[in-house]
Design a protein around this ligand. Structure first.
Ligand code: PMP
Length: 280
């Protein structure tokens, strides 16, 4: 089952795939991306990922890209890999041109992809829970657009790892909990799930959509509203969701235990519900 790369229509080994040095994704971070997972050989929520991709490209005024051709490319490259549990990284840049800030005239968006084995998270993460640190949200104001400009996320993630934690949670200067470096964040209080509303300050996660749907179907009330770090610290449970994160229980924030410091029941229920939905 080979891991594969796709570059503008050509599928081949990842080590041989290259892009021009004047790709605007490389020079300016002028590129958007998606990461799709497969379960049992099937692409999970592909249409939702494609819709978000189209929204990101529209928000950045990219030249038109056929979403049908992107869907075909993803399906074809994934099929060629034959990987049952794959992580598919797709990136589209505005194009290649001499380095200059203005959008180039008639640039042709560049489409690249990798299809790799997706390693399951260690079971201990779910059984014992994970720790997060808080970090001031020093990102730009359009976090709803899924661009490759991820340096603040990369730096915060590394700070978390250096501190012995799993991830960092971005908090606004006013103390509002936004999201983690590659996951959405939730608190649970007296059986209700609370999560940041969809604004320009967070990415609308596809897993977030699924989580809210399965929570409602399981009779778990959900509130989309702002909440503070103090509320998070006092919550019964704190959870992260994302395509690779799935649903993870957070048991410490800045070293302080959440609840009794053990993964809570809602997290387990929601993880099981997400897996059921994904493996259906
Ligand atoms: N927030 C950020 C900043 C992310 O990078 C991601 C992962 N792409 C998410 C949330 C979760 O999104 P999804 O559920 O679509 O993977």
């Amino acid at each position: 089952m080979p891991e594969l790369a796709y570059v503008n229509g050509k599928i081949g080994p990842i080590e041989e795939a290259v892009v021009p040095i004047e790709d605007r994704g490389y020079n300016f971070g002028d590129a958007v991306y998606e990461y799709v997972a497969t379960y049992n050989g099937r692409l999970f929520r592909l249409e939702e990922h494609l819709e978000r991709l189209a929204r990101s490209m529209t928000a950045l005024s990219f030249p038109p890209v056929s979403i049908d051709s992107i869907r075909e490319a993803i399906v074809e490259t994934h099929q060629a890999s034959g990987i049952e549990r794959a992580g598919i990284y797709l990136q589209i840049s505005r194009g290649v041109d001499r380095r200059d800030h203005p959008f180039p005239q008639d640039s042709v968006p560049q489409v690249v992809m990798t299809v790799r084995h997706l390693a399951e998270k260690p079971v201990s993460y779910r059984q014992r829970g994970i720790g997060v640190i808080t970090a001031t949200d020093f990102r730009w104001h359009r976090c709803d657009i899924k661009t490759v400009q991820l340096l603040p996320n990369v730096m915060a993630k590394q700070r978390a790892l250096d501190a012995g934690a799993f991830d960092a949670v971005f908090v606004s200067e006013e103390g509002v909990v936004r999201e983690a470096t590659s996951s959405n964040v939730y608190i649970a209080n007296q059986g209700t799930i609370v999560t940041h509303p969809l604004t320009e300050r967070i990415l609308g996660g596809i897993t977030r959509q699924v989580l809210l749907k399965v929570a409602q179907a399981s009779g778990i009330p959900v509130a989309e509203r702002f909440y503070t770090v103090e509320e998070m610290m006092a919550a019964d449970e704190v959870l992260l969701t994302g395509t690779t994160t799935e649903v993870l229980p957070v048991v410490t924030v800045d070293g302080v235990p959440i609840g009794d410091g053990q993964p809570g029941p809602l997290c387990k229920t929601l993880f099981d519900a997400l897996r059921k939905e994904a493996e259906r």
